[in-house]
Design a binder for this molecule. Structure first.
Ligand code: NAD
Length: 549
């Protein structure tokens, strides 16, 4: 079948209500903005929107025909059936890629994936919350700005960032770097991905060689001008080359799909085409080659660190892959969440997002105007929205990401729901967030590394979060665990609520968004973070402080 991957927009309902229609539009959206929609792959190498095409088509048919009194049950991207619930229950509940502890290995994942028993939902692919590269852009920008404050006197003008990977999420890096006014060089092995980031306006220039790229960087630094450059090459070749030549950037990171040694990372000993062929013919050899290549890649990152660069892991498991390959000090590289964002997460301030289901950009502009006025005193938000409306192009359904916390999320959502009711917007708006949020994720190598109380690998929190969201009338609730190299390393929860202008939607938004974030505050308060205890006291979050924490 010749499938079209585009968004619908407009006010026409194809479902029995906006809750179902909103979720259907979000499913269409993740494919419209995804990396390889023909294979249902949205981002992060193998993060899929649905198990397979029959599953996808049944989900679509069910959303179009189901009533609000039923709930659709999805297991690893496959619709299993409808259960009779009630109008306050979620429209969709999902569990994606959750494997029992001892069995949760990459090998079992690939085996069960091939047998079509399981699929990985990424964080936001399987539960249809992905909004393209914008999804992580504010997080990336805030990391760069925290580094600027800590190491470079408050700004990155004239500074040089080296990174790699221009895929679904990594593609946000060049724009985030330029917004932070740095000169940023992105190494990407797939020419088509460089092309795509240029087409959608996330990447400015392409260099034909390392020397040309370095000359462009030098010019931009001299003029203290923000600039983003893509170079088609393998990071495991370029990083060591630069180190050997004594070219030390100010900041170094990496966002290749290093978590997946088969379908994600491309080793420097083979071409892209050879890597693709090996995925089928000899995945074991490919895994071994990827590990060796990551060893060279991370050894160079450690070299940059020793030479004075600020080096950090951008959430792709590259340190653990390198450690498995024998790099004993791989974990000397800090993880971004602990190094730069934990004070925000401790207050449950995290990557909240909203999506205009009308398809109209003016709806986002009106919400931007409202948010700038309502949160005028919130410097992070007002700086971000002002910058984003200038620099961040829309993909698929127009959307905005902005880091907000307890109370502020529901305030904004309720105001937007009223705007929908009063026809000030062209259609309903979906509210959701990244799984990388205070109460929603346990991942000891990314989100929860070095928690104050040592609770890094305890994943009760995302499970409680998902149950709380179901009890709080959210429209979609999902529990995800890791696939590929993330197998056994993470569990997270996702939530979506549709603001369709009704009183019922207002009730759902208030309960779900407040309870979701209050659990985040409780999680960090319980781990002993003063910021969380302070936030709980300020916002009347009813956390029970027992014992010494
Ligand atoms: P993706 O699979 O869409 O893109 C990865 C890109 O890396 C591809 O374009 C690929 O060609 C390129 N690549 C692979 N090996 C390379 C190499 N050796 N040299 C140069 N380029 C190479 O993945 P994505 O969605 O962009 O995510 C990237 C990684 O970041 C994943 O591991 C993902 O799980 C992680 N991630 C982190 C966060 C976060 O919060 N920090 C958020 C989302 C995703």
């Amino acid at each position: 079948m010749n499938r079209q991957f585009k968004i619908t927009g407009g006010r026409n309902l194809r479902c029995k209500g906006w809750r179902q229609e909103g979720l259907l539009r979000l499913l269409e959206n993740v494919l419209a903005v995804g990396e390889d929609p023909e294979h249902l792959v949205v981002y992060a190498a193998l993060g899929r929107a649905a198990r397979d095409w029959p599953s996808h088509d049944k989900i679509v048919e069910t959303l179009m025909t189901m009533s609000e009194e039923d709930t659709l049950v999805v297991q690893s991207g496959k619709p299993i059936g409808l259960i009779r619930t009630h109008v306050d229950a979620p429209i969709v509940i999902m569990a994606n890629c959750n494997m029992i502890g001892h069995w949760a290995t990459a090998e079992n994942f690939y085996d069960w994936e091939k047998k079509n028993l399981i699929c990985w939902g990424g964080l936001t692919a399987g539960d249809w919350q992905y909004i393209g590269s914008q999804g992580v852009i504010q997080g990336t920008y805030e990391i760069f700005m925290r580094i600027a404050e800590r190491h470079f006197g408050g700004n990155l003008r004239g500074r040089f960032i080296l990174t790699s990977g221009l895929g679904g999420m990594g593609g946000a890096q060049p724009l985030a770097g330029r917004m932070a006014e740095a000169a940023i060089l992105c190494i990407e092995v797939d020419e088509a991905h460089i092309e795509r980031r240029m087409e959608i306006g996330y990447l400015e220039r392409r260099a034909a060689s390392l020397d040309e790229a370095l000359a462009m960087i030098a010019d931009a630094r001299k003029d203290k001008r923000g600039l983003s450059i893509g170079l088609c090459a393998n990071a495991a070749t370029i990083y060591p080359q630069m180190l050997e030549r004594g070219i030390i950037p100010d900041i170094v990171t990496d966002q290749t799909s290093a978590h997946d040694l088969v379908y994600g990372y491309v080793p420097d000993t083979v071409t892209l085409a050879q890597a693709r062929a090996l995925r089928e013919s000899d995945p074991k050899r490919l895994m071994a080659e990827s590990t060796k290549s990551i060893v060279r890649h991370v050894t160079a990152m450690l070299g940059f660190q020793k030479a004075g660069a600020v080096v950090f892991d951008n959430g792709n498991m590259i340190r653990s892959q390198a450690k498995d390959g024998g790099v004993a000090d791989a974990f000397s590289i800090p993880i971004f969440a602990e190094a730069f964002l934990r004070p925000l997460f401790a207050r449950a301030i995290g990557p909240f997002r909203w999506i205009a289901l009308s398809g109209e950009e003016c709806d986002i502009a009106k919400i931007d105007d409202y948010a700038l006025e309502r949160f005028a005193e919130n410097k992070i938000l007002s700086n971000w929205i002002s910058l984003a409306r200038k620099h961040v192009p829309f993909e698929g359904y127009p959307a905005r990401i902005a880091w907000l916390g307890y109370g502020d999320r529901s305030d904004l959502a309720l105001a937007v729901n009223t705007m929908v009711r009063e026809s000030k917007l062209d259609g309903p708006v979906a509210f959701t967030r990244d799984h990388l949020d205070a109460g929603a994720m346990s991942n000891p190598y990314i989100m929860t590394q070095n928690m104050k109380d040592g609770s890094d690998a305890i994943c009760d929190w995302p499970l409680l979060d998902a149950m709380a969201n179901c009890s709080s009338k959210a429209d979609l609730v999902a529990i995800h665990s890791g696939g590929g190299g993330y197998s056994g390393y993470m569990t997270s929860a996702g939530v979506t609520v549709i603001a369709d202008g009704t009183t019922e939607a207002a009730g759902r938004l208030k309960l779900a968004l407040d309870n979701d974030t209050s659990l985040g505050i409780m999680r960090y308060a319980d781990a002993g973070y003063d910021d969380a205890l302070d936030e709980a006291a300020k916002k009347n979050v009813r956390y029970f402080r027992l014992g010494d924490n």
